[in-house]
Design a protein around this ligand. Structure first.
Ligand SMILES: Cc1cc2nc3c(=O)[nH]c(=O)nc-3n(C[C@H](O)[C@H](O)[C@H](O)COP(=O)(O)O)c2cc1C
Length: 161
């Protein structure tokens, strides 16, 4: 089963955390997972993916303009409806708007008929209410969280599909 992670990253933080999610996804047997910068998505792989996870840097307290543009112009062409979907963010500050960014992406996914998931409190600690968030000045301390998130998304995809 294929799973795509798509991200926007200008200075590398969101790209690094996308790689951690891929590591978590690949820890589940039978999962083929790849991360793509939104400028370079393998559309065949993304279309064939049962799950899509989108990562954004927080800009102005929400997702970046490039993420907005990508969702408006590219997502519909990837047979998004019915895919499992999740979102993650990197930011400078814990109060910088990452939850807002993630929730706005998840809302957009719902418009496409995607099945949004984060694991919430259902899988115990660490709780991941909306999607994982990493603070740019301390990325290594968030790596394990992002791997766990990837593993949980893969397990949910296998359960559903
Ligand atoms: C234009 C711009 C706006 C930003 N706005 C916020 C913000 O509102 N809140 C925040 O916590 N960080 C903000 N940041 C910091 C980025 O979210 C943070 O550095 C992020 O990890 C960058 O990701 P990247 O390395 O993948 O590009 C902003 C950065 C830029 C360039």
């Amino acid at each position: 089963m294929k799973i795509s992670v798509v991200y926007h990253s200008e200075t590398g933080n969101t790209a690094k955390m996308a790689d951690c999610i891929v590591q978590g996804l690949l820890s589940v047997e039978g999962i083929e997972a790849k991360a793509f910068s939104l400028d370079n998505v393998d559309k065949d792989f993304a279309k064939a993916s049962q799950a899509l996870i989108l990562g954004t840097p927080v800009y102005g307290g929400s997702f970046s303009g490039k993420i907005k543009m990508w969702m408006e112009t590219e997502l519909g062409g990837l047979q998004a409806g019915g895919k499992l979907a999740g979102a993650f963010a990197t930011a400078n500050f814990i109060h910088g708007g990452a939850d807002v960014a993630i929730q706005a992406i998840l809302a957009h996914f719902m418009v496409h008929g995607m099945l949004i998931y984060s694991s919430g409190v259902a899988k115990g600690q660490p709780f991941i209410h909306f999607g994982p968030v990493a603070i740019g000045s301390d990325l290594p301390s968030f790596e394990e969280l992002f791997k766990i998130y990837g593993q949980r998304m893969a397990e949910k995809a296998k359960e559903l599909f």
